[in-house]
Design a protein around this ligand. Structure first.
Ligand SMILES: [Cu+2]
Length: 93
């Protein structure tokens, strides 16, 4: 019974990471102290989402602080890539 649950969990993890790869190449999303989220694409470029879930602009080189106290330097400002990743069925809007 336990192994059945574990394999179900492993499958769910695999499914979610496969989905992340499908979502416009977003590799990681990290919550920031101000409630916004930074999305990191597989090539290391980034895009921002504000605390209301809207795609937001940020200047390259801006230093962001994550919820776990790390500092991240903004690399790129890939708003169009993020829009496509978050809303793949909206025809680019
Ligand atoms: Cu940023």
């Amino acid at each position: 019974m336990l192994t059945k649950i574990l394999s179900a969990v492993a499958f769910a993890l695999m499914a979610s990471s496969a989905m992340a790869v499908d979502q416009g190449g977003v590799e990681q999303s990290i919550l920031l102290t101000d409630g916004s989220t930074v999305y990191i694409f597989e090539d290391g470029k980034m895009a921002m989402e504000d605390k209301f879930g809207r795609v937001a602009r940020m200047q390259e080189g801006h230093v962001m602080e994550t919820r776990d106290g790390q500092k991240i330097v903004m690399n790129g400002d890939e708003i169009w890539r993020l829009k496509r990743a978050l809303h793949p069925n909206r025809g680019g809007r």
